[in-house]
Design a protein around this ligand. Structure first.
Ligand code: ATP
Ligand code: ATP
Ligand code: MG
Ligand code: MG
Ligand code: MG
Ligand code: MG
Ligand code: MG
Length: 258
């Protein structure tokens, strides 16, 4: 195509490509298309069908695994929506917005459909098949602010419904790689009645030292770094229903937004 009369097409494509702002968190949010109708058609229990939420969570975990390595640092889901936060340093597809969004949407949809029978064994998938839309935000306003503020800005948009009873319904689902020493019975979901000071003390007492992937790489040989990066990428992806607005969630998992 070079130097041909079609060269102009290339210019158009290039000028039309959005590269997301470097060194900022990329948020990719997917949302089920017409899920009000889809949920009725498939007899979801209202307002919160746990099978449907678990299927969303499983599809989100598959996005972590499929993209591999350290692409997604954390994801958060409610209803027919999931938000994937990519690392600030993420350079996948040179941070081209359309490649990132279309890939995440496609992986999520593929796994949602293929995992359907596992979560709805007696409910065959009917047409119109479930599909998702997606959009990206690279947040300038997250730059230069404290991690705490970042989290507040980040999560305050996702409209958590605190009025329902079950944890998964009330707090949504958070998905991340568990690199470190989060206590088994993680106390951060039970600190509602405690003040900030007691939370900090509790942390110091319970949390073993945790290395972030970035820290783990300091002063290591290249092959050592590669081995450890592989190991870290293999860390278990976990799903929890905890309050991610609280500081303790982030303090106990410093590798997430390192
Ligand atoms: P759009 O295509 O614009 O997103 P939508 O019908 O998907 O339209 P949303 O605002 O995304 O509208 O709302 C999703 C709807 O899907 C909810 O209002 C609810 O009816 C249904 N839904 C999603 N998840 C569940 C669930 N786990 N249990 C019961 N209903 C659900
Ligand atoms: P990327 O993720 O960067 O797109 P890719 O492996 O998909 O990587 P492409 O440039 O998109 O690379 O090329 C698609 C490749 O898929 C082809 O080179 C070919 O090997 C294979 N392929 C696609 N369609 C067919 C087909 N119908 N028959 C055989 N091979 C195919
Ligand atoms: Mg919508
Ligand atoms: Mg929807
Ligand atoms: Mg929605
Ligand atoms: Mg191709
Ligand atoms: Mg290809």
């Amino acid at each position: 195509m070079a130097n041909s009369k079609f060269e102009y097409v290339r210019h158009f494509e290039l000028s039309n490509t959005t590269y997301l702002l470097p060194n900022t968190y990329i948020i990719i949010r997917i949302d089920g298309r017409s899920f009000h109708r889809f949920s009725t058609l498939h007899s979801f229990t209202k307002p919160n069908d746990p099978r449907a939420l678990s299927l969303m969570n499983a599809a989100a975990v598959s996005v972590f695994h499929d993209l591999g390595g350290e692409v997604v640092s954390i994801a958060y889901g409610v209803s027919d929506e999931f938000s994937f936060i990519l690392r600030k340093e993420c350079n996948l597809f040179d941070r081209r917005e359309s490649k990132l969004v279309s890939t995440v949407v496609s992986i999520f949809t593929a796994y949602y459909i293929s995992l359907w029978p596992k979560y709805f064994p007696s409910q065959p998938l009917q047409r119109p098949l479930p599909t998702f839309d997606g959009r990206a935000e690279a947040e300038k306003e997250l730059m230069g602010t404290l991690a705490k503020d970042k989290n507040e800005i980040l999560w305050s948009r996702f409209g958590i419904n605190y009025n329902n009873e079950e944890e998964m319904f009330r707090k949504g689902s958070v998905v991340y790689r568990n690199y470190g020493a989060v206590p088994e019975s993680s106390a951060d979901d039970k600190t509602d009645e405690k003040d900030d000071d007691s939370e900090k003390k509790e942390m110091a007492a319970e949390t073993k030292p945790t290395i972030s992937p970035a820290e783990a790489q300091k002063g290591k040989s290249r092959s050592q770094q590669k081995r450890e990066a592989k190991k870290l990428a293999k860390a278990e992806v976990v799903i929890e229903h905890v309050d991610i607005i609280k500081d303790t969630f982030w303090q106990k998992r410093p590798w997430i937004l390192h």
